[in-house]
Write a protein that binds this ligand. Structure first.
Ligand code: SF4
Ligand code: SF4
Ligand code: SF4
Length: 758
């Protein structure tokens, strides 16, 4: 990934954009963080947030007119959160810090003229940065304008406390009889701030002209001005404070010879790109203080709890995988970028990259179409291309694909035909998981159209998901060639993943879901059972035609469907997609469990892999074929076939088709296929977890029989043998009695033992 790609990815995820309240605060205060700290009864933390953004927080928190509230997203659901009152409660409840960090002294002196809100802000901000500040004020004293503020807003002693803070920061107060031009022409100062929120000699301010609206600098170098709000401005106090803050930034830059304008932006006035969903939120009325004046702590906590914690996270809320890695796509994009930038060392994001199911739900729900699937798939491709993909990440799925494309593959016209009007393409999962139903469905399709051929193969999805571009492209080429050879008929798929692969990568092939055809004419044997929740496979997300066809077919049959929250375009992965189950089996289990707990009904699906995966949780899950063909229906509670059974099923299906439809005798079995195995259910489970096939064990034993090399335990007679099959070395512990083999354990690795014979 290039840096510009990273920027593009990051820009798409707007989770870090400010909530409306923060965007509406002229000081950019983290209002959400503050409100949530109050909600959590963390008043010291809340005060710390105020101090971080406010100059003279004791004054500002009490005096601010809270323009942020007009933008609060809670507004339409009971009224804006009363941020102003919460700030007042917090500042009254928590004493101020006595010590302030001041940067080391700087040499150039600044004159701050006037003692209104903007001038006090400039003095505070510049003094904190280490600039020597002299504040010129009228005889009434700095902050004398505050005498009109009612006691309940500004209690006695607050002003003194804040002025002491300024003095503590080294601000020098200088009383003058008038404020006027003479003060901003003194030579000893390097810069002047003229706070217009005070009283000046008539006419002098007019001579200054109009300042720049962002930097508050005047045409005359060294002069800056602010505090320009008109008297009846609704938010006069905080606007003047914010002008003082911007002017202080400019003065600091001016004194350091830096650009006044670089990276400066105008106030946001509540504008933000942050998306926050209000779906499902209930109306809650604003908490009114019992004394009509200000909140008690308990009232404040209750009011703060009305905050809806504005954030996007639309994708994370729904995706178990995105939650699992503890952040959100903007951060993930950076992790993926860093991962690709590491030449040597630990590629920590490998797991993240290989765990995505590539289901595309994130892109569907994201207001900016952020596709984590594309991010991860691109990263996988790069890893493969740069030879950085761990060999173990997807090897079993790729081996399955290769086996389905060779020993399980077959393409034929219907018996007695030399053409096909359509080819039934069940997909390798349906063929492996439900071989008898596949055959039954093929028979029915032939009843509908005797010129329906059969195409047993794998669509290459595992290669695509694993980022194996070259292998996948070759598969696409081969599939296309076969389709041409068969006379370019319509392809009817029984698997939504195959359909997706064909549509996206072989658009020249006319392809349709077999369920669309069956919706027109369901078999007469179809029989409804108890209501079930229909789970759409994630690869059908954008295929509303197939989704609707399955629903229409169920309606025709009289099968009632109960609602499943995440369906149709929002449907979720079963835990198999994107090879998640291969690279992160623990996470896949969580994904599957989350899916089945969304309904108390039994589940119905039209994807064999979904049926297999979801049923592993113990939840009753039926395939639509169980409803369509009662004579070959499987119970919804039936356990899923093992990986060894699936492999065998594909071979047997091919043999059955050859003998039943074409009168051909299947190819003689390999020598090792005759080896008889027994094992306990516990060992069978271990094999399943370690993705070791019974065929692999047979091959090891056959190898041992040929080579005669085996370790034998002197006392127990147990044997240990190994053989390297392709990239993987298998080890086997077993006992042998009268030519029959009892498997006790088996494990595998991809290492090569130097000098070893395996
Ligand atoms: S949906 Fe996800 S990726 Fe999209 S903006 Fe929100 S947090 Fe970011
Ligand atoms: S609901 Fe909370 S986070 Fe959202 S704008 Fe209002 S105060 Fe801010
Ligand atoms: S699993 Fe699906 S929703 Fe989650 S990140 Fe991957 S593609 Fe997006």
């Amino acid at each position: 990934m290039e840096q510009k790609d990273l920027r593009e990815w990051e820009a798409r995820c707007i989770q870090e954009e400010p909530p409306a309240c923060r965007a509406g605060c002229p000081l950019g205060l983290d209002a959400k963080g503050f409100v949530l700290a109050v909600r959590d009864d963390n008043l010291p933390g809340a005060r710390a947030i105020l101090e971080k953004s406010m100059p003279l927080a004791g004054l500002v928190a009490r005096m601010c007119e809270a323009p942020c509230e007009q933008y609060c997203l809670r507004q339409s659901l009971g009224g804006s959160v009363a941020i102003g009152l919460l700030e007042r409660m917090c500042i009254n409840a928590v004493p101020a810090k006595t010590k302030f960090l001041r940067l080391p002294p700087r040499p150039k002196k600044v004159a701050v003229i006037g003692a209104g809100p903007s001038s006090l802000t400039v003095a505070f901000d510049l003094a904190k940065k280490g600039h020597p500040v002299t504040l010129f004020h009228l005889p009434g004293g700095p902050g004398s304008w505050l005498c009109k503020v009612p006691e309940l807003v500004l209690s006695e002693g607050v002003l003194e406390e804040e002025l002491q803070r300024l003095a503590g920061l080294g601000v020098n107060f200088c009383q003058v009889s008038v404020l006027g031009e003479a003060l901003w022409t003194q030579d000893e100062f390097a810069a002047f701030y003229i706070g217009q929120d005070d009283e000046y000699v008539e006419g002098d301010l007019l001579k200054l002209g109009v300042p720049d609206s962002i930097t508050f600098s005047l045409e005359t170098e060294r002069l800056f001005t602010g505090g320009l709000s008109v008297e009846n401005h609704k938010y006069r106090f905080i606007t003047d404070v914010s002008q003082g803050r911007e002017a202080a930034v400019s003065i600091d830059r001016f004194l350091q010879g830096a650009s006044l304008t670089a990276a400066r932006v105008d106030l946001r006035h509540g504008k933000t790109n942050l998306y926050t969903s209000l779906d499902g939120l209930q109306r809650e009325e604003v908490v009114v203080p019992a004394d009509g004046l200000g909140y008690t702590k308990q009232e404040a906590i209750k009011e703060a709890a009305r905050c809806i914690n504005c954030e996007c996270l639309e994708c994370v809320k729904r995706c178990v995988y995105l939650k699992e890695f503890g952040a959100y796509p903007k951060t993930y994009a950076r992790r993926v970028y860093n991962n690709s930038a590491i030449v040597k060392g630990n590629h920590q994001a490998n797991k993240f990259i290989n765990s995505c199911s590539l289901c595309g739900q994130c892109e569907t729900v994201c207001p900016n179409d952020f596709s984590v699937a594309t991010l991860c798939l691109d990263a996988r491709r790069t890893m493969v291309q740069e030879d950085r993909m761990p060999g173990s990440a997807h090897w079993f799925a790729l081996e399955e694909m290769r086996s389905a494309r060779t020993e399980g593959a077959l393409i034929r016209h219907a018996p007695g035909k030399d053409f096909s009007t359509s080819l039934f393409y069940p997909g390798c999962q349906l063929a492996g998981i439900r071989p008898q139903q596949t055959l039954r469905l093929y028979g029915y399709l032939q009843e509908l159209d005797p010129a329906t051929g059969l195409w047993l193969d794998c669509c290459g999805a595992p290669g695509h998901w694993a980022g194996r571009v070259q292998e996948f492209d070759e598969i696409m080429k081969e599939l296309e060639e076969k389709w041409h050879e068969m006379g370019e008929p319509l392809v009817l798929t029984g698997c939504s993943t195959c359909l997706q692969m064909f549509r996206e990568h072989l658009p020249q092939i006319n392809v349709e879901s077999v369920w669309v055809l069956l919706a027109e004419k369901p078999p007469e044997s179809a029989k409804a059972c108890a209501p079930m929740a229909l789970s759409d496979p994630c690869t059908s997300r954008h295929d509303s035609k197939t989704q609707n066809a399955v629903r229409a077919m169920m309606e025709k049959i009289g099968q009632s469907l109960t609602p499943l929250p995440m369906s149709g375009e929002l449907t979720e992965c079963c835990g198999f997609g994107g090879l998640m189950q291969n690279s992160n089996p623990d996470l896949a289990k969580k994904v599957t469990a989350a899916r089945v707990t969304q309904t108390s009904s039994d589940i119905l699906t039209y994807c064999a892999m979904c049926r297999d995966q979801l049923a592993r949780t113990g939840k009753p899950v039926a395939h639509v074929l169980d409803i369509l063909f009662q004579d070959v229906a499987h119970p919804a509670s039936e356990a899923s076939p093992s990986i060894s059974e699936r492999r065998k099923n594909r071979r047997q299906l091919k043999s059955q088709v050859l003998s039943k439809y074409h009168g051909e005798q299947p190819k003689a079995t390999e020598d090792w296929e005759a080896i008889a195995l027994t094992m306990s259910p516990e060992v069978a489970e271990i094999l399943e977890e370690r993705r070791i096939l019974e065929d692999d064990i047979r091959k090891v034993l056959f190898h041992v029989q040929q080579q005669g090399k085996v370790f034998v335990h002197g006392e127990s007679g147990r044997k240990i043998a190994s053989a390297r099959l392709g990239q993987v070395t298998f080890w086997l512990q077993y006992t042998e009695t009268d030519g029959s083999f009892m498997v006790e354990s088996c494990w595998s690795h991809r290492m090569i033992i130097a000098g070893g014979s395996a």
